[in-house]
Design a protein around this ligand. Structure first.
Ligand code: C2E
Ligand code: CA
Ligand code: CA
Length: 552
C-alpha cells in the first residue's frame, strides 16, 4: 500500500468514524430525550395517583364520620346520658374526632360529648338543607386549637356535628406524602389554601377553577420556582381538593442515568456504523463500482477528431475519442479513466456502447460516403475476448472503413495465441489496423509484416519536434521512409501549427490530425465541418477552373 493510498484510506476511515460518531450521538440524544420524556410522563402519572390516593383516604375518613353523624340523627333528640355515652364512644373510636356536638334549630349548642350545657352557648344557626357539610377551620375555645366541623342537619331542625383536629389532618397529609415539598387542602372553587404543609404556591398561569377532576399542572409557580402540582377534589366534599406539589427537578429527578451497559451499547453502535460507513464509502468510491454505474447510466459519450487528407485538406475520416460526463466531477478526459477501465475489465463494454453511438451518430456521413474512415482505439482486452472480436466484425459490416488503432505494446503480445487468432479473424473480415503512437513503444518491427497494418500514426511528440533541434525531428522522417517502404499510409497526430502542416506536406505525409484543423468535437459539429470543407474545396476548384479558362 503506497503512502497516497494509505492517506486516502485514513481519510476515508476518519470520515466514516466521524459520520458514525455524529449519528451515534444523535441516536443517543434522541433515545435519552425519549427516556427523559417517558420518565416525566411516569412521574406525572405517579403524582396523579398519589394525590388521588390521598383524596380517597380523606374520603374514607369523612365517610366514616358521615356514617356516624347519620346514626346520630336517629338519636339526637335530647342530651340524655345514653346519647352522651354514644357521643363519647364515637369520639373514642373514630380517631380524627375530638368532640361531638348537638345544636338546636336556633343555633344553641345543647350538648357536646363532654357534657350537657346548662348555660346557653350560641353558634351559627344550622341551615335547613340536609346532607353533610363542613365549616372551618374554627377555633376550639377550650383547646385554643383550630378544628374542622363536619355537620349534618336534623330533620326536626338543628344539627349534629363532629370536630376534627386540624393538626391530625395536617400530620396525616404530611405522613402520606412526606417526600414532597407541599401537601394541603384547598377550596375547589377558589383555590384558596385551607390546610398547608410546606410552602404553598399556585401556578403563575392560573388554576382552572373549579377543580372538578384530578389534574396535574407544571410550570412556573408564584414562588418563582419551576413546580409540578397534582390536584384532586374530594368526593365527600367536592368543595375541597387535595394538592401535592414540589419543584420539577425533585419530582422528575436527575435523569442522567449513565450506565456501563449504555456506554457499551453506544460504543458498539458507533463501531458498527463506522464499519458500515467505511464499507459504503469504499464501495461507492471504488472505481469498479463507479465505472459500472457510468456504463449503466450512459455517462460515456463520443467526440470525433477529423482526419484530414493532406492533399486537398478534406475531412476523410475521424478518430473516435471517449469522454466521461461524471455526475459529480464533470467532464473527464480518457486518460483519467481508460487505464482503470482496462484494468477492471470494463473497457470492452464501454467500446461496445461507443461503437453503437458512433454508428448511430455518424450514419448520415456514412450514407453519403461509405468510405469515410472511422478509427477506434482498442486494447488487448478486446482481442482476448471472442465476443468483442465478433462485435468488431459485425460493425465492419456497417462501417466499411472501420480501422482499429492499436498501440505497439498490444502488437508485442501478438505471440499470444488468442491475440493471433483474433487478428486472423479481423484480417479475414477485412478490418484494417493503424499503429497508434508509432515510434514511442517497443521497436521490434517484425509484426509489421505479419499483420494487416494499413496506417502508421506517428506520435504527436514527433510532430511537436518539427522545427526544433531535437533528435525526434529526424525520427518523423524515418517513420515516413519506413511507411513508404512498407506501402503504409502515415497519419501525423497532434498537428497544431501551419509550420508543422508545411513540413508534413514536404514529407508527403498523407493524413493529418490535430488542433490546427479541429479539436475532438461532437458528431453534429463534425458533420457541419465536413459540409464546410466540402464547400470550400468545391469553391477553390471552381476558382481554379475559371482561372484556367481565363488563362486559356
Ligand atoms: P490517442 O489515441 O493518442 O488520442 C489522441 C489524443 O491526442 C486525444 O486525446 C486527442 O484529443 C489528442 N490530440 C489531438 N490533437 C491534438 C493536438 O493537436 N495537440 C495535442 N496536444 N493533443 C491532441 P484524448 O482524447 O484526451 O485521448 C487520450 C488518450 O486516451 C488517447 O490517445 C487514447 O489512448 C485514449 N482514448 C481516448 N478515447 C479512447 C477510447 O474510446 N478507447 C480507448 N481504448 N482509448 C481511448
Ligand atoms: Ca488513438
Ligand atoms: Ca495517438
Amino acid at each position: 500500500m503506497n503512502t497516497q493510498t494509505l492517506r486516502l484510506w485514513n481519510r476515508q476511515y476518519l470520515a466514516a468514524a466521524l459520520m458514525s460518531a455524529v449519528i451515534t450521538l444523535l441516536i443517543t440524544l434522541f433515545i435519552s430525550y425519549e427516556q427523559v420524556e417517558q420518565h416525566k410522563q411516569l412521574q406525572q402519572r405517579d403524582l396523579k395517583i398519589k394525590v388521588q390516593q390521598l383524596s380517597e383516604w380523606l374520603d374514607i375518613n369523612y365517610s366514616i364520620i358521615n356514617n356516624v353523624l347519620i346514626d346520630m340523627e336517629q338519636l339526637s333528640k335530647q342530651c340524655s346520658e345514653d346519647i352522651l355515652f354514644d357521643m363519647r364512644s364515637i369520639m373514642f373510636n373514630v380517631a380524627p374526632v375530638v368532640e361531638m356536638g348537638i345544636v338546636d334549630a336556633n343555633g344553641q349548642l345543647v350538648c357536646t360529648s363532654w357534657k350537657k350545657h346548662d348555660q346557653p352557648i350560641y353558634v351559627t344557626p344550622p341551615p335547613t338543607e340536609p346532607g353533610l357539610r363542613f365549616l372551618g377551620p374554627v377555633n376550639v375555645e377550650y383547646m385554643q386549637q383550630p378544628a374542622f366541623v363536619l355537620a349534618r342537619s336534623l330533620k326536626q331542625g338543628g344539627e349534629v356535628n363532629a370536630l376534627v383536629r386540624i393538626s391530625w389532618l395536617k400530620n396525616q397529609l404530611q405522613n402520606r406524602s412526606s417526600e414532597l415539598g407541599f401537601t394541603g387542602l384547598i377550596h375547589s372553587d377558589t383555590g384558596q389554601p385551607i390546610i398547608m404543609n410546606g410552602p404553598y404556591a399556585s401556578p403563575k398561569s392560573g388554576l382552572a377553577l373549579p377543580i372538578d377532576q384530578p389534574r396535574v399542572l407544571k410550570g412556573e409557580f408564584d414562588n418563582g420556582l419551576d413546580q409540578v402540582a397534582a390536584y384532586s377534589p374530594l368526593i365527600t366534599f367536592p368543595d375541597l381538593s387535595v394538592v401535592i406539589s414540589d419543584e420539577k427537578k425533585i419530582i422528575f429527578g436527575d435523569h442522567s442515568n449513565f450506565s456501563i451497559q449504555g456506554a457499551a451499547l453506544c460504543l458498539s453502535v458507533w463501531l458498527l456504523l463506522t464499519l458500515l460507513f467505511q464499507y459504503l464509502i469504499i464501495y461507492l468510491s471504488d472505481s469498479a463500482h463507479l465505472l459500472k454505474k457510468a456504463i449503466k447510466h450512459g455517462e460515456f459519450f463520443n467526440l470525433y477528431q477529423p482526419l484530414i487528407n493532406a492533399s486537398d485538406k478534406q475531412i476523410i475520416g475521424t478518430e473516435v475519442l471517449m469522454r466521461w460526463q461524471h455526475p459529480a466531477e464533470g467532464l473527464k478526459n480518457p486518460i483519467t479513466f481508460i487505464p482503470e477501465a482496462e484494468e477492471k475489465g470494463f473497457i470492452n463494454k464501454m467500446t461496445s456502447q461507443q461503437l453503437k453511438n458512433c454508428y448511430d451518430e455518424l450514419r448520415p456521413i456514412l450514407i453519403q460516403n461509405p468510405d469515410f474512415i472511422i478509427t477506434i482505439n482498442i486494447s488487448s482486452n478486446h482481442l482476448l475476448d471472442a465476443k468483442s472480436v465478433r462485435e468488431l466484425i459485425h460493425y465492419k459490416g456497417l462501417i466499411p472503413n472501420l480501422v482499429l488503432e492499436v498501440t505497439e505494446d498490444v502488437l508485442v503480445d501478438s505471440n499470444d495465441d488468442r491475440i493471433q487468432k483474433a487478428f486472423i479473424k479481423l484480417t479475414a473480415a477485412g478490418i484494417d489496423i493503424a499503429i497508434d503512437d508509432f515510434g514511442t513503444g517497443y521497436c521490434g518491427l517484425h509484426y509489421l509484416g505479419q499483420l494487416p497494418v494499413k496506417y502508421l500514426k506517428a506520435d504527436k511528440c514527433f510532430v511537436a519536434s518539427i522545427g526544433t533541434d531535437s533528435i525526434n525531428s529526424h525520427v518523423l522522417e524515418m517513420i515516413v521512409g519506413l511507411s513508404k517502404k512498407l506501402n503504409l499510409i502515415t497519419i501525423a497526430e497532434g498537428v497544431e501549427t501551419p509550420q508543422q502542416v508545411a513540413q508534413l506536406d514536404k514529407l508527403n505525409i498523407e493524413i493529418h490530425q490535430g488542433w490546427h484543423y479541429s479539436r475532438a468535437v461532437p458528431a453534429n459539429e463534425l458533420i457541419k465541418s465536413i459540409e464546410i470543407t466540402k464547400q470550400r474545396v468545391k469553391g477553390s476548384e471552381e476558382n481554379l477552373t475559371e482561372a484556367s479558362t481565363v488563362a486559356g
